[in-house]
Design a protein around this ligand. Structure first.
Ligand SMILES: Nc1ncnc2c1ncn2[C@@H]1O[C@H](COP(=O)(O)OP(=O)(O)O)[C@@H](O)[C@H]1O
Ligand SMILES: [Mg+2]
Ligand SMILES: [Zn+2]
Length: 496
C-alpha cells in the first residue's frame, strides 16, 4: 500500500507503486524519499505512520495535522530535542528528519518528523505476548532505572514526555527500552483544549495525574505516569480498572503484586503521589533511591530462579575438566565438615579479581545485571523434590558511595540498608570478622521473603574502593544445615 498523508483525503489508500494519490493528487513520495506503508497511531492533531525510504529502510513518520503557530513551535522543539539527545533510549532523528510537506489541495503545509523505527514490541504488546504474566522485582528495578536515566536526559533539556504509558515504551530485541511518542502533539492538544475549555479527552485514563488534567503539567507529571506504568507491568491490570482507597485516594495494587519487595512498592507509590511535591523531587533523587534498592537485591524467592524471570542472567555450568584442575588447588579442605564428602570447586572471577570455593553439588549462576550488583550466586541442591526453599550464597560487589570510606562508616550504612531493604528485619548478631585477610564485618538477621521466614548472614570487607559482600540466605528453620558450609565458603574467599 501507499498511503496519502493529506488529512483531508477521502481515499488515502493507494496502490503501492504510483506516485500521486488517485483521490486528491498529493505526492505519495513524501519529501521525495518516503513512501507510507501503514498507519501506526492517530491522535487528535497528529498521526504516526510507518514509512520506507528509497533504500527500503523502515522509519517512523509523525505528522502534525493541526497548523497553528504554537503547535508548530512545540513540534519543532520535539524534533530538536530528539536530534540533540542521541541516546539508545530515544528514537534517533537525523539532521534532515524535520521537514514540511504540502498536500495538493490545501494551502497549509504539514509538519513532518522522521525517526528511527525501533524494532520490537511496545510494553503493552510485550506483556500480551507474555500471556499477561506480571514482571518480577528485578526486571522492574532494571526497567525503572533505564527509564529514569532516559527521563534524566530529557528533563535536563527542560523538556518532559507528557504521555508515559506502556504503548509508548518500546522494548528492543536486546531488552533495552526506548521511550517513544513525545508529547509535543499532546501539548498542542492540551493547549487548544484548554483554550476551548475541553479537558476530558486529553488524558490517558489511569496514567495522567490530576495537575496535568488541569493543564498544569510539569516534569514530575512524568513520574506519576511512570508509577502507573509499573503498576500495570507488576499486576498486569490497567490502573484505571483498579480501586482507589476511599480515604487516602491511593491506588490499591500492592495486594495484586505480592512478588514486589516493600521498598520497591513504596517507591512506586511515591511516584504516584497525588501532588507533584509528594513525588521524588527530580530524576537524580529517583536514581539515588533506585541505586539503594539495587544495592541489596531482594533475596531469593523461588521465582528468581525461574527461567522466565532469569532475564539477563547467564547460567554457567563448570565442566568436569575444570573441576579436576580445581581439585588440585591449594585451599585447605578439611573444614568443610557437613559436606565433607563433597568435592569443592573454586570459582574464580577474573572480572572482579576474587575467588571462592563452593560445593560441587551446588548450582552456580553468574549474574549479568548491571543494575543489581550481584556477581554470582551458589544455590544448594533441593533436599527432596518438595523442598520449597533452596539455601544460597550470593556475592555482591558494590562501588562505594564516596571514596575513601572507612569500614566503620560502611558498616553503619549497610546495617541501615539491611533494615530498610528487607522485610521484617530483626538483627541478631553483629561482629567484626576477617574476610580475605582483611578487616571486615558480619551481620546475622531474620527477615521475610514473601511468606517464608528467612535468616541471613551477611559478611563484607572493603578493598580497591569496593565492598565485597557475601550473603548466606536460608529458610529460618534450615539455617544451621548449611551454616558450616557458608562459613567455610566465606573463609575461602580471596581477593587478588
Ligand atoms: N519510533 C518508533 N519505532 C517503532 N514503533 C513506534 C515508534 N513510534 C511509535 N511506534 C509505535 O506506534 C504506536 C503509535 O505511535 P505513537 O507515536 O505512540 O502515536 P499515538 O499514540 O499518537 O497514536 C506506538 O504505540 C508504538 O507501538
Ligand atoms: Mg502513543
Ligand atoms: Zn490523497
Amino acid at each position: 500500500m501507499s498511503y496519502c498523508i493529506n488529512p483531508n483525503c477521502r481515499h488515502p489508500e493507494n496502490p503501492p507503486t504510483i506516485n500521486f494519490c488517485q483521490s486528491c493528487g498529493s505526492k505519495l513520495l513524501i519529501d521525495e524519499r518516503y513512501r507510507v506503508i501503514t498507519v501506526l497511531g492517530q491522535g487528535g492533531f497528529g498521526k504516526t505512520f510507518e514509512v520506507r525510504d528509497r533504500d527500503g529502510n523502515r522509519k517512523v513518520l509523525k505528522v502534525l495535522t493541526y497548523i497553528e503557530p504554537k503547535g508548530v513551535e512545540l513540534f519543532q522543539k520535539e524534533a530538536n530535542v530528539l536530534q540533540r539527545l542521541r541516546h539508545p533510549g530515544l528514537p534517533a532523528v537525523e539532521s534532515d528528519g524535520y521537514f514540511t510537506f504540502k498536500p495538493n489541495d490545501t494551502s497549509n503545509s504539514l509538519h513532518c518528523l522522521v525517526m528511527e523505527k525501533v524494532e520490537g514490541k511496545n510494553l503493552q504488546q510485550w506483556l500480551e505476548s507474555e500471556s499477561y504474566r506480571p514482571i518480577d522485582s528485578h526486571l522492574a528495578i532494571d526497567w525503572l532505572t533505564q527509564l529514569t536515566e532516559i527521563l534524566n536526559l530529557v528533563h535536563n533539556q527542560n523538556y518532559f514526555h507528557r504521555d508515559i504509558k506502556p504503548p509508548n515504551i518500546m522494548r528492543r530485541s536486546s531488552g533495552k527500552l526506548v521511550l517513544v511518542d513525545f508529547g509535543a502533539v499532546r501539548e498542542v492538544t492540551e493547549t487548544i483544549q484548554r483554550a476551548t475549555g475541553e479537558v476530558t479527552r486529553i488524558s490517558s485514563a489511569g496514567y495522567t495525574p490530576e495537575e496535568q488534567k488541569k493543564g498544569k503539567a510539569e516534569p514530575r507529571s512524568d513520574f506519576f505516569a511512570l508509577g502507573r506504568t509499573f503498576v500495570y507491568l507488576l499486576t498486569a491490570q490497567e490502573p484505571k480498572n483498579l480501586q482507589e482507597d476511599s480515604r487516602s485516594g491511593k491506588l490499591i495494587w500492592r495486594n495484586l503484586a505480592t512478588q514486589v519487595s516493600k521498598p520497591l512498592a513504596d517507591l512506586i507509590d511515591d511516584l504516584m503521589g497525588y501532588f507533584p511535591k509528594d513525588r521524588p523531587k527530580d530524576t537524580q533523587v529517583l536514581l539515588q533511591r533506585l541505586a539503594k534498592l539495587s544495592l541489596r537485591p531482594p533475596s531469593p524467592s523461588p521465582s528468581r530462579r525461574n527461567p522466565r524471570f532469569a532475564l539477563g542472567w547467564k547460567q554457567v555450568v563448570i565442566g568436569t575438566g575444570v573441576a579436576g584442575a580445581i581439585a588440585a588447588s591449594a585451599f585447605a579442605m578439611q573444614n568443610f565438615s557437613k559436606t565433607q564428602a563433597d568435592k569443592f570447586l573454586t570459582y574464580q572471577s577474573s572480572a572482579y579479581n576474587f575467588k571462592i570455593k563452593y560445593p560441587e553439588k551446588w548450582e552456580k549462576q553468574e549474574l549479568q545485571n548491571p543494575v543489581i550488583n550481584d556477581v554470582v550466586v551458589f544455590i544448594s541442591p533441593k533436599k527432596n523434590t518438595a523442598d520449597p526453599y533452596q539455601e544460597q550464597i550470593t556475592i555482591t560487589i558494590e562501588d562505594l558511595q564516596h571514596k575513601p570510606m572507612s569500614l566503620d562508616e560502611y558498616n553503619k550504612l549497610s546495617v541501615a540498608q539491611i533494615k530498610n531493604n528487607f522485610t521484617d528485619v530483626k538483627i541478631l548478631e553483629e561482629n567484626s570478622k576477617t574476610v580475605a585477610n582483611n578487616r571486615g564485618y558480619t551481620v546475622v538477621f531474620d527477615d521475610k521473603d514473601g511468606q517464608t521466614n528467612t535468616k541471613k548472614m551477611q559478611t563484607w570487607t572493603l578493598m580497591n574502593n569496593k565492598a565485597y559482600v557475601i550473603t548466606y540466605t536460608a529458610e529460618k528453620s534450615e539455617y544451621s544445615d548449611y551454616l558450616k558450609t557458608a562459613e567455610n565458603m566465606m573463609n575461602s574467599f580471596e581477593i587478588n
